[in-house]
Ligand binder design. Structure first.
Ligand code: SF4
Length: 944
């Protein structure tokens, strides 16, 4: 093996100090002299370093950095230099597998795909497309994601789609949408080259993006070094270089960031001209952060006032600032609200969209950005807004399909999908290049769900994993180096990666698998032509260019030719910016008007969606939104039984569930085992020695792993999440996610991996009985339906009937109120119109009650009977209008639910009818409200 440096021992390599232009240093590691070098980029963290793949005799024999690439200037980190050996690992999946009882047997592609297509059709026909769920990954290429997105949205029309990007970058996207109106990283890695200050928030960059950390180390050792402020509860290789280290208790970062904003405002370290011209929400934010005095921040977080003030001074007086955020925030309490406060700090200072000034809501995975852009997870293609009818119409036109065929609204997130699978309403789950049996929270439950006999599980992956072991069909996939495609890193740089070698055995690139599925399913457009006409990666890329044209993530002027031979290129890349775009928003106009916004945003504290009305009220109109939130304690706080705060995370040598990095002997030897990092005082108190086995227990499970003592705050436990059991003889309890809580951020829906209450004990072998045995699939008897349990049926009939009853009741209520206030002619006239609305609705519902059946609710008159008591005079009118409003809202809720059902059923006629019905019943409630507003002050104030 020849290597330019030993990256296991010297992770970040030799220093090349600089200011402005980062010198080139080409790192290389090869087993043999390659016959040829093939252009690619690394996919083992979100940095996305440009690299070449060395090939000899049809095998990958090494890699080298691309000196010409803007991202890494030739450098590669330990995972990049070592990860490629996994491609050649002997246990690659090379043939499709189909479950046969407790075992998986080899099958042909035809057999496997025919089975999948048969199951899809059966389930779709019997239970609708929403009974079919897909859980994708942050590991595919753009072309594969886009093809999958078209299959999911325009082919199947299922709303049950998410990606494992939910676990790592969902909050990055959500926080950008909340602040700017749309996803899209405003900054550029080049901003690190000149900035005066770097703020890393929950971002242990030395471990997670080692090459980017080399860049920062080179700045710190060069002329004009930037100041470094780091917020992290642990002491890490990142924090040891910090000028200020903020180490809050786990789950309290929001309070610290509020305290910093308060000090910025109080000391005048803000740019009022920028705030007035380019932001909304300042006064509201100011009122919130004003509560966070240094003393209060200390009480909540433990951060001493002098440390907080020093951090605020550094951040408040730096002429330029690059802030970045990662999992320490994204997977923690109040994730989106906290990430938004980091945006606020740059924006209060007006430090955005110019050299040295950037916000980078870092991504956790390579190519995660493409999942978000193309809409395979919780998003819609091209950052389109599912609640903007024009955006949906545009997509329907691009794909030439009926708009009603598309799913509507936000797709379900993975934990919701798991809930549906558990309850039985999701019948088929297709998992693509991800390992939920190790990476999701509350693992015992997740494994049981995946093993359910009535859940048809397809897993598409390159290696056997803890998840393929629970599959009904396993599809062997080609991986990086074995297929061509593009992907986009955190700072919007698009790289091309060419196929260097063939996939092993019968394994196929993911794109081929999706195209095969689409062909077998015979998805067609409105004119009867194949929905997906492209047949190769470049065709998919060209299709994506058409879909992204005119959007913020515009790829229209990129091409395979342009991406070949040189550096990666940053989107937007279009006719106005044919060489790409270094920074977004240089005109200081942001995508926050109704037409461009990807989302109408949320209330940061509760997660309530603002919808179009709430968004319009904020009047952002191209300005950024400064949104605040108060600190709320984590759901699970330490108590007498579970006195420790548990957090989980990564180590530098491993990636995700070690599917690849665990198959590199060097990387695995450098980090072979999970551990529980604990503080010295806690170890002393419990008599625990370094390396001694401990038991960590939460309300959900237990792990037995060695202790690693030091570099963490007292009362905290850190466990890396990578370690499953695919390489273990016995499945030992060492997975961090046995312990984590099945709860998620209310806005981004990213699970809270970093906040749980735990107990720590020296492992004396006790408690073995409480460790559940491994979950296996195919050994269970087919579930016998309990006697007397009704057969499953759709419940749309129930809500159509509830909506009908609600209108009949409203009609009766109009008669009652008319009788109560017969002399109030304006009211009587209005009620006559409202009553007519209700009878119209009843007529409109008739054909659908015939189509879907009726399930009349019990005692429909119950609500009306407790309302509408006769009171005298004008006060009586107020009470009746109040009650009418309550009854009207009942109809609005029922109509809204039927509207969602019509979308799920893709029933265009019902959708059209219920859209009119929603308008009518809303008007009924609004009429009551209008009259209440008009009458109530007089009626309540003047004695009567
Ligand atoms: S920093 Fe990330 S992208 Fe670069 S070589 Fe290392 S793992 Fe790969």
């Amino acid at each position: 093996m020849r290597e330019t440096h030993n990256s296991i021992e010297k992770i970040w390599g030799d220093r090349t100090p600089y200011y402005e232009e980062w010198p080139t240093r080409v790192d290389e590691r090869i087993a043999e002299e390659p016959d040829e070098w093939v252009q690619s980029a690394c996919v083992l963290c979100s940095n996305g370093c440009g690299m070449d793949i060395g090939v000899k005799g049809g095998r990958i024999v090494g890699v080298r950095g691309r000196g010409v690439d803007r991202i890494n200037h030739g450098r590669l980190g330990p995972k990049g230099l070592h990860g490629w050996v996994a491609n050649n690992y002997p246990d690659r999946l090379t043939t499709p597998l189909i479950r046969d009882g407790a075992a998986l047997r080899e099958a042909s592609w035809d057999e496997a795909m025919d089975l999948i297509v048969k199951k899809t059709r059966e389930i779709k026909d019997q239970y609708t497309a929403d009974a079919i769920a897909f859980y994708s990954t942050g590991q595919l290429f753009l072309e594969e994601y886009y093809t999958l997105a078209v299959i999911l949205k325009a082919g199947l029309g299922t709303g049950q789609t998410d990606g494992n990007t939910r676990l790592c970058t969902a909050t990055a996207a959500a926080s950008l949408r909340e602040t700017f109106g749309a996803d899209g990283q405003p900054g550029s890695y080049a901003d690190y080259d000149t900035t005066d200050c770097i703020f890393l928030v929950g971002h242990n960059m030395a471990s997670t993006q080692t090459v980017q950390w080399s860049r920062i180390l080179d700045r710190l050792d060069g002329p004009k070094p930037p100041k470094l402020v780091v917020l992290d509860p642990r002491e890490t290789n990142t924090t040891v270089r910090a000028d200020v280290h903020l180490a809050p208790r786990i789950g309290t970062a929001l309070a610290v960031l509020n305290g910093i904003q308060r000090l910025l405002i109080e000391n005048g370290w803000i740019d009022m001209a920028f705030i007035e011209e380019h932001t909304v929400g300042f006064e509201k934010l100011k009122a919130i952060v004003d509560e966070y005095t240094p003393e209060k921040v200390q009480e909540i977080s433990g951060v001493p006032p002098e440390t907080l003030m020093r951090a605020a001074e550094v951040l408040g007086t730096a002429p330029t600032l690059v802030s970045s955020v990662l999992q320490g925030i994204y997977q923690s309490n109040q994730a989106t609200a906290t990430a938004c406060q980091v945006n606020n700090i740059n924006l209060l200072r007006g430090l955005i969209a110019r050299p040295g000034c950037a916000i980078l809501q870092f991504n956790g995975q390579p190519t995660a950005q493409n999942n978000r852009e193309t809409g395979c997870d919780g998003e819609w293609p091209g950052f389109r807004n599912p609640y903007n009818p024009r955006h949906l119409k545009e997509l329907a036109q691009i794909w030439n399909v009926d708009e009603v065929k598309l799913p509507h609204g936000d797709p379900a997130h993975i934990m919701e999908i798991m809930n549906h699978a558990e309850s039985g309403s999701v019948k088929m789950l297709w998992i693509i290049c991800t390992n939920p049996a190790v990476s999701l929270p509350d693992l015992q439950r997740i494994r049981k769900i995946l093993a359910k006999p009535d859940l048809f599980v397809v897993v598409q992956d390159c290696f056997p994993t803890e998840t393929t072991a629970l599959a009904d069909v396993v599809l062997p996939a080609g991986i990086w180096g074995e297929k061509t495609g593009t992907f986009t890193n955190t700072d919007r740089t698009v790289h091309i990666s060419y196929k260097a070698v063939d996939p092993p055995g019968l394994a196929r690139p993911d794109l081929e698998i999706f195209l095969d599925y689409a062909r077998r399913m015979d998805f067609r457009d409105r004119d009867g032509n194949p929905l997906i006409p492209w047949t190769d990666p470049e065709g998919a890329f060209e299709a994506w260019k058409r879909c992204s044209k005119g959007q913020l993530c515009d790829y229209s002027a990129l091409s395979y030719a342009k991406l070949t031979g040189g550096s990666g290129i940053q989107w937007p890349c279009n006719d106005d910016a044919p060489d790409g775009t270094e920074r977004l928003y240089t005109s200081l106009v942001f995508p926050s008007d109704f037409e461009t916004a990807e989302s109408f945003g949320h209330d940061l504290e509760t997660g309530a969606a603002l919808e179009a009305e709430g968004f319009a009220k904020m009047r952002p109109m191209g300005r950024v939104m400064l949104k605040g939130a108060r600190h709320l304690p984590p759901f699970e706080e330490p108590d007498a039984e579970y006195p420790f705060r548990l957090t989980t995370g990564r180590v530098v040598y491993q990636f995700h569930t070690r599917t690849k990095t665990g198959r590199s002997a060097d990387l695995d030897a450098a980090a072979p085992e999970a551990f529980a990092q604990i503080a010295e005082v806690d170890a002393d108190r419990l008599g625990i020695e370094d390396g001694e086995m401990v038991r960590v227990t939460t309300r959900r499970g237990m792990v037995r792993i060695p202790a690693a003592i030091g570099s963490i705050e007292p009362g905290h436990i850190f466990i890396p999440f990578h370690y499953g059991c695919w390489d273990e003889q016995e499945c030992r309890p060492r997975m961090a996610n046995e312990l984590t809580i099945p709860l998620w951020d209310p806005i981004s829906k990213q699970p809270y991996f970093k906040t749980a209450a735990a107990r720590l004990e020296k492992d004396d072998g006790a408690g073995s009985a409480s460790v559940p045995g491994p979950v296996r699939k195919g050994e269970e008897k087919t579930a016998v339906k309990p006697a007397g349990k009704p057969a499953p049926r759709p419940h749309v009939a129930d809500y159509l009937s509830i909506l009908l009853s609600a209108n009949i009741e409203f009609e009766h209520a109009c008669e009652t109120v008319t009788a109560h206030h017969a002399t109030h002619l304006e009211i009587v006239a209005g009620l006559k119109t409202l009553k007519k609305y209700s009878t119209d609705v009843e007529t409109m519902l008739k054909p659908f009650l015939e189509r879907y059946g009726q399930q009349p609710p019990e005692k429909p008159e119950a609500l009306r009977n407790v309302l509408f008591k006769p009171y005298p005079g004008e006060f009586g009118l107020i009470r009746d209008l109040h009650d009418l409003y309550v009854l009207g809202q009942n109809s609005v809720i029922a109509a809204t639910i039927v509207h969602h059902a019509a979308e799920g059923l893709h029933d265009g006629e019902l959708l059209s009818a219920v859209t009119t019905i929603v308008d009518r019943v809303r008007m009924q409630a609004q009429w009551a409200k209008t009259n209440l507003q008009h009458q109530s002050s007089h009626a309540l104030v003047v004695p009567s």
